[in-house]
Every structure is written in C-alpha cells, then in structure tokens.
Design a protein around this ligand. Structure first.
Ligand code: KET
Length: 424
C-alpha cells in the first residue's frame, strides 16, 4: 500500500496551481538588441527590395552569406578523419588552436610567445573572449574601471558592466570632421586614474571605421604605458581593414613589443566567416612565464562554472587552416577578396552619391575602413530609409558595407539622397 504524506508536511493548499496567473506575470517585454534586432525587423518585411545593412555579416555580390572554400575543405577533412571523436575539450580549449591564434595576432616570431609569457584560452567568439577577460579582471586586477571609446560597439558596455567592471568613456570620434578626435582621446586617457583598463579596437573601429594612424598609435602607447593604463584589445576584424592580417595586427604588436602587459580578444566570426561557430580566443600577455601560468589557472576558474569548456568544431576548422601552409595561403586570398569587395562597395556608393549630386561631403565613405560606414545620417533619416526604401541599418546611421552589392547600391543611393534632401 502506498504511504500517504501527512498534511502537515505538505504545507498550505496551493492557491494558484496550473490555472492561476503566471509567476512571471511581472516580467516586462525587453526591447530588441540594437544590432541583432535590425535583422529581426528585416526578416519580417515582405518587400522584395529590402536590404539588410544592419549586422556586420559579409554577403556576396548576390547578397548571399559566404562560406569560404578553405573552410569547406577543412570541414571535409575533419569529417573524413575517422579518428576524430567528440570528447570534451579541456577548459582552455584546443591547444593547437590557442597556439596558432596567439601567433596570428602577435606574429609568428613574437618574443612574448617564445618566452612563454602569453596565455591563450579558446572562448566563445569575440564576445565570449571579452567576457572571460573582463570577469578575470574584475576578480584579479586592482583597478576595476574600464574606458571604452565613444562611440563603440553597442555590446561593449553591457559585457563589461555585467562582468563587474565600471564603464567610463573616452572621446574618440569627432562628428564635425568625421575623423578621430585625437586631442580629446589623449586628454581623456591622461585624466584616467593610473592603472585603469582601456578598451582599444585593434583595427577597423566599429561603428566609425576610423582608426588612429601608426604614429598616433605610438603616441597612445607612450601615454598609456607612462600612466600604467592596461590595454584590452578587441580584435574582431583582423584582415578586414586592409586585407592583410599582419598590417591589421600592427597596433597590438606595437604594445607587445615594449614588453608590457595586455589582453587581446580575437574573433574568427568575420575573417573566417565562422559567425555561428562561435570561435575566438582570449590572450593575456604577462611580464613573466610564471605569472602567465598562474593567470591561466585562474582563467580556468572563470570558464568552468560559466560554460565548462568551449565547442570543438569551429576551433578544429581554424586550427586545420592555420597549421597548413597551403590552406593558410588560400585563406589569405579569400580574405583579401572579401576586404577588396567591401572597398569596391565604398567607391561605388561614393560615386553613386556624387553622380546624383547628393548635398554634403561624402568622402568619409571612402576614407573609413573595415566593414562599416558611419554615414552621419540621423535617427529620423534612418527611420525614413527603412520605412520608404526597406533599407535596414542601425539607428546611429551605421551601414554594413559588406551587406551591399553593385545591384543594391543605386537603391541605397536613392534612399540616402531623398533622406538628406527631405528629412532633417
Ligand atoms: N567586437 C566588435 C568590435 C564587434 O563589432 C563584434 C561584432 C564583436 C566584438 C563580437 O563578435 P563575435 O561574433 O562575438 O565574434 N559585431 C557585429 C555583430 C554583433 O553585433 O554581434 C556587429 O557590430 O554587427
């Protein structure tokens, strides 16, 4: 006979049960993400002429997502290799991937790597690398204030604040010149408290497309080192700014060469087109090998309770390509082709606006670099272009040049022209 539970152990009779109001009834509807929400709105639009220039995702001339040939080849090799298993990776990820990623960003001959002063852990793409780095800093670094450029990628403040850092901004972009506010940048970093963390976009600054020159980087380095500000590089576009992987890592390498410490978050979303594979790496360059070993032991304590260990597939693709000379070469060619197509879109859009006589100076379209153009269009003009032309972009006027094609440029130029002349 089944034993019955005495009433006094069951507590009071339920008042709502399965028919009552939801225990989550007070949860409010959250707004869509300012960048990924643009794709949500785009997907709902039935218009045949719609164009998505919101998220930074590369498209072909036909407007299709691109899987690189070299990636397809690497995947085929992985599938054909019957010895491969699906065991858990270590907490720090795939060892080969980590070594090769460090070489990719710091350079094959980097003394810091040879001296074993670098610890690299595989993380969930660029975002995950930033988050793991930020959580580590919040726990183990004495200064918990991070300075981020104004403006910056919309997710930066959220990633850092949720990790437990205090977020402040430094001046970066000057809307009047549509260029770098270098004086403002130097002033704000000079005024930052000693030891503060500074987020730097390694290249192809998002959303502005404006980078410091090499000489300006050198001045930033001197100032930061003299004030012991800690650099945290976000490298989401290596290879996309210039088409050259080494040239796009120059800023980071400048800071490694002086022997000082820094963090670097790498993403393979854009440069290998591995967006959904979520593959990236966090490297921390330390003063000594001993410190690097201890830092890595603590990174493991950050990662293990967060997601235990990273996924295997994307990292295996990257490692396959980076360790094979011929596949690496093929990758650089495909990467250059993507970068070149984006540059050609810049020229075509600039020419289209010039041909229409659209009022204003549009040279920033060809001067800015990387995936995005920060057009200078205001929120109302963006809303107008979306409503009347079905062109989707972030409300700050950023357009993803990688989402354009020769076919869609006339439509975009018409929309910009009308927005500029009719909406202010
Ligand atoms: N940093 C920067 C500067 C960046 O633009 C992105 C992505 C990331 C990191 C993170 O990428 P991940 O996929 O985690 O490796 N930016 C594009 C996509 C997004 O917002 O998620 C974007 O700005 O459109």
């Amino acid at each position: 006979m089944a034993s019955t539970i005495p009433d006094e152990m069951l507590g009071p009779a339920p008042t709502s049960g399965s028919h009552g109001p939801s225990v989550f009834a007070d949860v409010v509807q959250a707004p869509e993400d300012p960048i990924l929400g643009v794709t949500v709105a785009y997907n709902k639009d039935p218009s045949p002429v719609k164009v998505n220039l919101g998220v930074g995702a590369y498209r072909t001339e036909e407007g299709k997502p691109l899987v690189l040939n070299v990636v397809r080849r690497a995947e085929q090799m992985l599938v054909n290799d019957g010895s491969r298993v699906k065991e858990y990776l270590p907490i720090t990820g795939l060892a080969d991937f980590n070594k090769l990623s460090a070489k990719l960003i710091f350079g094959v001959d980097s003394p810091a790597i040879q001296e074993k002063r670098v610890t690299t852990v595989q993380c969930l793409s660029g975002t995950g690398s930033l988050r793991v780095g930020a959580e580590f800093l919040a726990r183990h670094y004495h200064q918990r204030t991070i300075y981020i450029p104004l403006p910056t990628w919309g997710n930066h403040p959220k990633v850092f604040a949720l990790a437990g850092l205090f977020v402040k901004t430094y001046r970066y972009y000057d809307p009047a010149t549509r260029g770098l506010n270098f004086q403002g940048l130097l002033e704000d970093l000079s005024a930052a408290p000693s030891g503060a963390i500074v987020l730097l976009h390694a290249c192809a600054h998002n959303p502005t497309g404006v980078d410091p020159t090499f000489e300006q980087w050198e001045q930033i380095r001197q100032l930061m080192r003299s004030k012991t500000l800690l650099p945290f590089f976000d490298s989401a576009y290596q290879g996309f700014a210039s088409g050259n992987l080494d040239a796009d890592a120059q800023s980071v390498r400048l800071f490694v060469e002086d022997g000082g410490e820094l963090l670097a978050a790498q993403s393979y979303a854009k440069n290998m087109g591995l967006y959904g594979e979520r593959v990236g790496a966090l490297s921390i360059v330390c003063k000594t090998a001993d410190v690097a070993t201890k830092v890595e032991s603590q990174l493991k304590l950050v990662i293990r309770p967060m997601y235990s260990s990273p996924p295997i597939h994307g990292a295996s693709i990257v490692a396959t390509i980076l360790k094979d000379r011929e596949m690496y070469h093929e990758w650089t060619i495909e990467l250059k082709a993507m970068a070149d197509r984006i540059i050609s879109m810049r020229h075509q859009l600039f020419e289209a606006l010039r041909a229409k006589g659209t009022p204003g100076d549009w040279t920033h379209i060809i001067k800015q670099i990387g995936m995005f153009t920060f057009t200078g269009l205001n929120t109302e003009q963006v809303a107008f272009m979306t409503k009347e032309y079905h062109i989707y972009m972030t409300s700050d006027g950023r357009i993803s040049m990688a989402g354009l094609s020769s076919k869609t440029i006339p439509h975009l130029a018409d929309a910009i022209h009308e927005a500029i002349t009719c909406v202010n």
